[in-house]
Design a protein around this ligand. Structure first.
Ligand SMILES: C[S@@+](CC[C@H](N)C(=O)[O-])C[C@H]1O[C@@H](n2cnc3c(N)ncnc32)[C@H](O)[C@@H]1O
Length: 650
């Protein structure tokens, strides 16, 4: 089953109305703070009285009589029943089963009520050792026990595996179709199963659509019911008779769906085009993070959905540039036969992955951010630490380095941007006036800003080759912009700039409006007309890049002062030298020949006092502010393409 466009569509158009959820469930961690029915935050009087029962915000919401509350009691008294963590998918599967009017008529082949369970593929005997299979088995037994408990039956004797086929199928259906639901701040609150119009949309690693979820309370839903609803512009399609039979009657016509979607409250989902789509073309979304290399995407898709993606990007031969960039490491001084290359590359990649993951996990431990920064900067600057990869006897020491666009480098930038920010906040919490710690905190924020720019710049480069990366790029530019704005507005500047200006001067966007680009006007149009004009997208991007190239020249060396790895990056928004194929030869690549000068130093050297006083100039601060303003505007412009009206940030 798949969904095809019923008409031509431009970039940045909603292609479905708000599709309602069939059922939804909050994550375990929000059970006592959010309504189990509509996900709205609970009044503090309720959320401060921990209970083993599900909590609801109103009587209207407390209608559920599925076995989900019994499941919670059961898992609390017998945790060994389901030792796999969060139970929201089990509760969602129970709610789904409970919502079916007639189970006998709902099950058809590998589908329940038209939705694919994928149970046949997920539970085959050759997969029996997989983690997901034991999770489904244990989950299905716990669900069956909870259903027995609701019927008042004995739960001391656990049901046999053969007796939990329906529960197993419902859980497989949830794993195959459910989507995470976020609140306005981007926190994942829970899971939802949406109507078939969304569930029939397949995956691609170069998708032409994306989706956004939103939440509404019963009151908001009632008031929005009077608004005009956009049409459903996709239709289900299948060449299989079995599928067509199974979905008969469950796919709603445009009119019915338009009306019915307003009967729901809680999560809704809207699909939106991120590329031009022609009538009859399949509409696809991403089920996995598109900034991962092919092997990682394939492995994730296989373990959860059991399919091998054959999309345009995955089947490109030779490998698509973006995928090469995300996975290729540089090997310097490799003196071995060509047959050994892939052996060493695989081994080095495995070690680099372990090393980076280990460093990232340090972040959450006590004193973690500091050790995390040290390790990550070390691996970025120097590659695998000595002795991490055994070499054959007599071979010269080989160096394995991550290239700046490698997916592990991208993960490292994300973590470093956040770790430096955390370290700065921690330091500021303990320092009063101008002292060493204030300098250090300022230093940390500065490097954090530089890493967030690296992330945005590298993603922008990849986006040029793979336009479906738009949502990530939007997010990275907004984060980089927000970091720059916060840094420029920081009151610590007044300690360094002799003829400093008050930070309040850096709040007026109008005063600093750019005369060289039209980004601010573009976003204003989006706000006024609730729809952007994306026809001149390429021109807008070009204008933005011209402006930020200028800002980069003004502030980059200041931002990366004293940071060994970042100093080796000449320009964080120009990675054109990497796209030059000759540099991609794994044997030839050498940072030094690519305009980089990674030395033995990494991490921050010295402190801010090492700067000349002219470095902390008011003009630097203003450039920083204008740079941030551009990044937030451009990120907001891209975000409005992917998500419509969610352009409230900045
Ligand atoms: C949410 S459903 C999508 C609709 C589904 N094709 C159907 O028939 O109902 C997810 C399942 O669809 C299938 N699927 C999605 N994208 C696919 C792709 N690119 N290639 C092969 N199978 C895919 C997988 O079986 C996956 O578990």
């Amino acid at each position: 089953m798949e969904m095809r466009a019923s008409e031509d569509m431009e970039i940045g158009e909603d292609i479905t109305p708000a599709i309602g959820a069939l059922c939804f469930s909050v994550n375990d961690s929000f059970l006592f703070s959010h309504c189990s029915s509509c996900f709205s935050p609970l009044p503090s009087s309720l959320s401060h009285s921990p209970s083993l029962h599900l909590l609801y915000c109103s009587t209207r919401c407390s209608f559920s009589s599925s076995a989900d509350s019994h499941l919670l009691l059961l898992l609390h008294s017998r945790p060994s029943l389901y030792p796999h963590g969060d139970s929201s998918d089990l509760r969602l599967a129970l709610r789904f089963l409970h919502s079916l009017p007639d189970l006998r008529h709902s099950v058809s082949g590998d589908r329940i009520d038209g939705l694919l369970t994928n149970r046949r593929k997920l539970m085959t005997s050759e997969n029996s050792g997989d983690e997901i299979v034991s999770r489904i088995r244990d989950g299905a037994r716990a669900m069956a026990a909870a259903r027995r408990m609701r019927e008042g039956l004995d739960v001391d004797i656990l049901p046999e595996l053969d007796d939990v086929v329906l529960e197993e199928a419902a859980l497989c259906l949830v794993i195959t179709n459910a989507v995470e639901v976020q609140d306005k701040s981007g926190r994942t609150l829970g899971l939802a199963l949406f109507r078939p119009s969304f569930c029939f949309v397949n995956h691609s690693c170069s998708p032409n659509a994306c989706y956004r979820t939103s939440l509404s309370t019963p009151q908001e839903t009632a008031s929005s019911a009077i608004e005009a609803t956009p049409p459903l512009r996709i239709v289900p399609c299948s060449s299989s008779d079995e599928d067509n039979q199974a979905i008969e009657g469950v796919v709603y016509s445009n009119t019915v769906l338009s009306k019915e979607s307003h009967c729901y409250y809680g999560p809704t989902i809207i699909v939106r085009s991120i590329k031009r789509i022609e009538k009859g073309e399949e509409v696809t979304v991403a089920y996995t993070d598109l900034l991962q290399p092919k092997a990682v995407r394939q492995s994730e898709l296989w373990s959860r959905y059991r399919f091998i993606c054959c999309c345009r990007r995955c089947s490109a031969s030779p490998l698509a540039y973006v995928d090469r960039a995300l996975e290729e490491i540089s090997i310097v001084n490799l003196a071995s036969s060509s047959s050994d290359i892939s052996f060493y590359t695989d081994k080095a990649t495995q070690r680099l992955t372990e090393y980076v993951e280990d460093a990232i996990s340090d972040y959450l431990s006590i004193d973690g951010p500091e050790s995390c920064c040290e390790k990550l900067e070390h691996v970025l600057a120097q590659g695998l630490p000595d002795g991490q990869l055994e070499c054959k006897e007599g071979k010269p020491q080989t160096s394995y380095r991550l290239l700046p666009l490698h997916h592990l480098s991208l993960n490292a930038y994300t973590t470093l941007a956040s770790a430096y920010k955390t370290r700065a906040c921690d330091l500021l919490a303990f320092c009063s006036e101008m002292d060493e710690q204030l300098f250090e905190a300022f230093n940390m924020s500065r490097i954090g800003v530089a890493y967030s720019l690296m992330l945005a710049g590298t993603a922008q480069h990849l986006f040029h080759f793979e336009s479906s990366l738009i949502a990530s790029v939007a997010n990275f530019w907004i984060s980089a912009g927000e970091s720059l704005l916060t840094f420029a507005r920081s009151s610590a500047w007044s300690e360094f700039v002799e003829w400093g200006m008050p930070a309040s001067n850096l709040f007026s966007i109008e005063e600093h409006r750019c005369s060289k680009c039209s980004l601010a006007d573009k976003l204003q149009t989006v706000r006024l007309h609730r729809q952007a004009e994306y026809a001149d997208f390429e021109d807008t991007t070009r204008e933005f890049l011209v402006c930020v190239t200028n800002f980069t020249q003004q502030v980059w060396s200041y931002l990366v002062h004293g940071c060994g790895y970042l100093r080796s990056i000449k320009n964080p928004i120009d990675f054109g030298w990497l796209a030059d194929t000759k540099h991609f030869n794994v044997l030839e690549i050498d940072f030094h020949s690519c305009g980089s000068d990674i030395g033995s130093n990494c991490g921050i050297e010295g402190n801010i006092s090492g700067f000349g006083s002219q470095e902390h100039s008011s003009s630097k601060r203003i450039y920083m502010f204008q740079f941030g303003f551009h990044c937030v505007l451009y990120g907001g412009y891209l975000e409005s393409m992917c998500f419509g009206q969610r352009i409230n940030r900045g």
